[in-house]
Ligand binder design. Structure first.
Ligand code: TXA
Ligand code: MG
Length: 308
């Protein structure tokens, strides 16, 4: 192992135990969730949480999502109302993050919430993250495991490329299933669209799509999720030397989904952007993706990625 490369371990009992030991010792570990790979630390250990911010180069005012094993663990940290309980009952474990009042005396490091009176919390559906939660016995703060403002990682190799030796251990369990970050809901407002779509939420309670100005959620910063190269959206054909990422009938150097399936496109989105960044072309273009279902989340991430 050279100094620039992190250790990548294939998911399994030994790797999980090694990761949990690192967490209990106050360290950080990159671990897959069903959305994207996260960079995890014990949410009650402020020094450990500080290591996440340091590894990502993340502004300290940007609060982190806390991952817990189940609803009971979540209720020890956050104050649930009937709406929140209904959403949790329907969508947990799964890619939904709830922003709720932080419970007093919950023991969460202040750095996790960046001083906010609320906390973003979710119960992930991925076996590797669930094992890490069980074996470390701690709530885990985990932002996406990429350098701040970089593209979210959907594969262990993306984490290694973005964070390098800043992360000592990456649990590798292949490509993530959903491919875009969790839906974030505060009250009845969607702060960040994601795999749990507005239509799905509406089956439980009425929600307002769109963001709320009053919460400082840096995932809403216009330039979040940016690849290094300029990005052109809604492309029908390649212009100049562009790396064209197709969708449906628009073919390219790569495609989000040849069948025009938005769920497949979400799962492939960040990988496709990573490949475009790594290509020999100077610009990336992406075909239009319909604004339906998780297509709303895809277009949200693409709009931010294209913004300079
Ligand atoms: O799918 C995901 O959510 C992934 C995986 C690893 O779980 N995590 C993730 O974390 O995307 P991160 O840190 O990249 O994005 C967390 C978002 C940020 O936009 C942050 O501002 C927002 O959640 N957030 C955290 N706490 C908040 C709070 N109390 N109120 C409003 N927004 C909050
Ligand atoms: Mg992120």
């Amino acid at each position: 192992m050279d100094a620039q490369s992190p250790v990548i371990r294939r998911y399994g009992t030994a790797a999980s135990q090694e990761a949990a030991a690192l967490i209990r010792a106050g360290g950080i570990v990159a671990v897959p969730t069903e959305t994207v790979y996260g960079l995890a630390a014990d949410a009650c250990d402020s020094a450990a949480v500080a290591r996440i911010y340091a590894a990502k180069g993340r502004p300290a005012f940007n609060p982190l999502i806390v991952h817990v094993r189940d609803l009971a663990a979540a209720e020890r940290i956050a104050v649930f109302d009937d709406d929140a309980r209904a959403l949790a009952a329907r969508f947990w474990p799964g890619p939904l993050t709830l922003v709720l009042p932080l419970r007093e005396g919950a023991g969460i490091a202040r750095l996790v919430t960046a001083g906010l009176p609320t906390i973003a919390i979710r119960v992930p559906a991925h076996r590797a993250m669930q094992d890490l939660l069980t074996q470390s016995g701690a709530p885990l703060a985990a932002p996406s495991a990429n350098a701040s403002n970089g593209i979210s990682p959907t594969r262990a190799e993306h984490v290694a490329a973005s964070l390098g030796a800043a992360v000592p251990l990456i649990l590798d369990d292949g490509a993530t299933a959903a491919g875009v970050e969790s839906t974030i809901v505060a009250g009845r407002t969607i702060l960040r669209p994601g795999p749990v779509t507005a239509e799905m939420l509406e089956e439980v309670l009425p929600v307002a799509a769109g963001t709320t100005a009053q919460v400082s959620a840096p995932g809403q910063m216009a330039t979040h999720y940016a690849p290094r190269k300029p990005l052109r959206l809604g492309a029908l054909v390649r212009e100049g030397d562009e790396w064209l990422i197709g969708f449906g009938a628009v073919a390219g150097d790569d495609t989000l989904s040849a069948d025009g399936d938005v769920v497949e496109a979400a799962a492939r989105l960040f990988d496709a952007l990573h490949r475009g960044d790594a290509s020999d072309r100077t610009t990336i273009a992406v075909a239009g993706v319909p604004h339906v279902g998780v297509g709303v989340a895809i277009n949200d991430r693409l709009r931010r990625a294209a913004h300079r």
